[in-house]
Design a protein around this ligand. Structure first.
Ligand code: DON
Length: 312
């Protein structure tokens, strides 16, 4: 039987098998330890969900347990900023891969305070600046936006993660101040950082994440609510930058081996957009040296290979 011929049954079965296979092997990598709230997460947690445009949700393992979405929040921030600012945002942030670790500072000075892309920390802090400048309460606007997309009022901030992000945020503060010195941050740096740390501290499950990003697989329209979240052109743009920069300095390898627009976070989550079909979201906390979850990477790579999901 072809996986493509009987999609629903085979997708569910593929998820179960891939999850079981990954759990049967020893787990490589190391849980993020830059803040205690992440260091204490059980490394054996592992889940995967696949939401499809026709409303199906397949899930295996810990797919319904909320985890710290960290940098995956950069996708929601960017989409909200694109809604508000239109094309002006591209005067202040680029669309090229950085080839540097996600929190690198050096390139930002060479390039006069213009971050390479919205998915490295500097770029997401720049996006946070636009949100702080455009909303009377950017944090509330951000949370309402994500809750609406996920169809979930439960999604919320983890206050312990938020407090530690702020306490251990010196490098992000350095990035924000450097951009401010180049005139590329408008609001007060403390307000911008406060928004950035807030969005990094959001917790969602694999199923909630997969559902929330379906609009990126559907040319900007959320298939479950029929809400137009972005124009087709902007959905294309977000997916394009996810393809080149969503997995940090492992984005080239991910495109080479998987072939889907994707975003990772140091909480161990990865989301991958399958245009015209749906969204895969996987989570397991142990990370490789690039900050990408080892088990989530393996599961998404296997699933994309088995179901023939590459966009290339
Ligand atoms: O801002 C930071 O550096 C942390 N909150 C980590 C963000 C993140 O997930 C980077 N990604 N892989």
């Amino acid at each position: 039987m072809s996986f493509l011929a009987d999609g629903d049954t085979c997708r569910g079965q593929a998820l179960d098998e891939i999850h079981a296979a990954v759990m049967a092997r020893p787990c490589d990598g190391k849980v993020a330890d830059y803040i205690p709230a992440l260091a204490s997460v059980d490394a054996n947690r592992c889940g995967i969900a696949f939401a499809t445009l026709d409303g199906e949700m397949h899930a295996a393992g810990d797919a319904n347990i909320p985890f710290s979405i960290q940098s995956i929040s950069k996708v929601f921030g960017l989409v909200l900023a694109m809604q508000r600012m239109g094309d002006d945002i591209w005067q202040r942030v680029g669309m090229e891969p950085s080839g540097q670790p996600f929190n690198s500072i050096v390139q930002l000075e060479w390039e006069h305070g213009i971050p390479r892309n919205p998915f490295i920390n500097a770029g997401a802090i720049l996006v946070a600046d636009t949100l702080v400048s455009h909303f009377s309460s950017s944090r509330q606007a951000f949370l309402s936006f994500v809750r609406r997309l996920a169809g979930c009022e439960r999604c919320d901030i983890n206050e312990e993660v938020l407090a530690s992000e702020s306490r251990h945020g010196s490098r992000n503060a350095a990035l924000a101040h450097l951009m401010k010195s180049f005139g590329n941050i408008e609001a007060e740096v403390d307000d911008v950082l406060s928004h950035y740390f807030f969005q990094c501290s959001l917790e969602m499950s694999c199923t909630e994440l997969a559902q929330s990003l379906l609009f990126l697989a559907n040319r900007g329209v959320h298939p479950l609510s029929a809400e137009r979240v972005t124009t087709p052109r902007d959905a294309h743009r977000v997916n394009a930058i996810l393809s080149t920069s969503g997995m940090y300095d492992q984005s080239g390898q991910f495109a080479f081996s998987v072939g889907l627009p994707a975003k990772s976070g140091v909480g161990g989550g990865i989301v991958a957009i399958v245009p015209g079909l749906g969204v895969i979201s996987a989570w397991s906390p142990a990370l490789n040296k690039h900050g990408n979850s080892t088990r989530a990477l393996t599961m998404i790579t296997e699933l994309a290979g088995r179901l023939g999901l590459s966009i290339y």
